[in-house]
Design a protein around this ligand. Structure first.
Ligand code: SAM
Ligand code: SF4
Ligand code: SF4
Length: 340
């Protein structure tokens, strides 16, 4: 089944957030001291998450990515993976993680049916991770990457958010690190969403600059024309190394966006930048049938007109999307709640 929105975009993928908690405090996502968290009683059980994912999958979102917060903080995540992997309508099951707990949890996750993992790695310098993300677990992240490389996973990728003045001097080192391990690195432009309360346009390292720097060091960069609806544009170097750029800020790709996001409390967002979501938990817990929830999803998706990143890019004098007070008013505005 294919649901089409008002701009002819199909519903194709779901980012399912399993927790809003995290064991890092990345400066572009959780820079503050105090947070408003989702109330514990509102967090969906694995059975509820699985049921929602199943409804979305039947409506076309057969690609599911588990995220958070840090998804590996959710106790026994492998049990949810097993439930999702058993669904025939879900044909692609992936996980995005900061990697700290990956080394110790990967075995059960793979056994349960996980096939793809993306690990966030913004710096190769442990002291930088400590200063920027308030984590002294850089070694554990590298161990997680090694464990993923040794595992039977079908795909292991790295994500690096590039920020001027933090890690922009590591753009080439990160690519060399990935290339040596035959991993695909994806550079992500710094976005003004959620907790990025300190976002400034001049801290964004644009796609064009990343490409220039890569070409100056590694030689000609060939654009691969295989993007489809994926957020990353892919490129190849002469030695065969491939990498991607997710240029959400300077070259938004809303025109082909097939993504939905469900937070750990069952709030459904039709766009990363949307101010409000749709409360699916209320429907589930009020005893709605699968058909009734599917009807709700169908109604909202077929009316979808969101193009958040393009709207932001067209603004003059762009700053952070929310000030801190705006975030405290609704924890669902946070990136660590929406899942990135
Ligand atoms: N904790 C996991 C992790 O960091 O991989 C999963 C959740 S995290 C919210 C998902 C992705 O969002 C990460 O790759 C992170 O780097 C990215 N992200 C968070 N805030 C961002 C921002 N302001 N701009 C660009 N990417 C951001
Ligand atoms: Fe960093 Fe991910 Fe945690 Fe956000 S959710 S603070 S990006 S590790
Ligand atoms: Fe999709 Fe919204 Fe991101 Fe645009 S800003 S790509 S519509 S989620």
């Amino acid at each position: 089944m294919t649901l089409i929105d008002r701009f002819h975009r199909p519903l194709g993928s779901l980012r399912l957030s399993v927790t809003d908690r995290c064991n890092m405090r990345c400066g572009y996502c959780m820079p503050n001291e105090n947070y408003a968290w989702l109330p514990r009683a509102s967090i969906l059980t694995f059975e509820e998450l699985d049921r929602l994912a199943g409804i979305f999958a039947v409506l076309g979102a057969g690609k599911v990515r588990l995220t958070g917060g840090e998804p590996l903080l959710r106790h026994d995540l492998a049990r949810l993976v097993r439930l999702l992997a058993a669904r025939s309508a879900i044909d692609d099951l992936a996980l995005t993680t900061n990697g700290i707990l990956l080394g110790e949890q990967l075995g059960p996750l793979v056994d349960a049916g996980l096939r793809r993992v993306t690990i966030s790695l913004d710096t190769l310098v442990p002291e930088r991770l400590k200063a920027f993300a308030r984590s002294d677990r850089h070694g554990a992240v590298l161990d997680g990457i090694d464990a993923a490389l040794r595992s039977p996973l079908r795909s292991v990728k790295l994500n690096s958010v590039v920020i001027r003045g933090y890690n922009d001097d590591e753009v080439l080192d990160l690519l060399a690190f990935a290339s040596e391990r035959r991993l695909e690195l994806r550079y992500i432009e710094y976005m003004d969403v959620g907790g990025a309360t300190g976002w400034q346009a001049n801290a964004v390292v644009p796609r064009a600059e990343i490409l220039e720097r890569v070409a100056a060091r590694f030689g000609p960069v060939e654009a691969l024309d295989d993007r489809g609806v994926a957020p990353a544009e892919r490129f190849r170097l002469k030695d065969g190394t491939t990498f991607g750029i997710i240029a959400s800020t300077t070259a938004p790709f809303c025109g082909s966006c097939d993504r939905s996001r469900v937070t750990a409390d069952g709030t459904w967002f039709l766009c990363l930048y949307a101010d409000h979501g749709i409360d699916l938990r209320a429907a589930l817990r009020a005893g709605a049938t699968d058909e009734a929830v599917a009807e709700l999803v169908t109604r909202h998706w077929t009316n979808r007109i969101d193009r958040g990143a393009e709207d932001r890019a067209a603004m003059t004098g762009r700053g952070a999307l929310y000030p801190i007070e705006g975030l405290r008013a609704d924890p669902r505005r946070e990136m660590h709640t929406r899942g990135g």
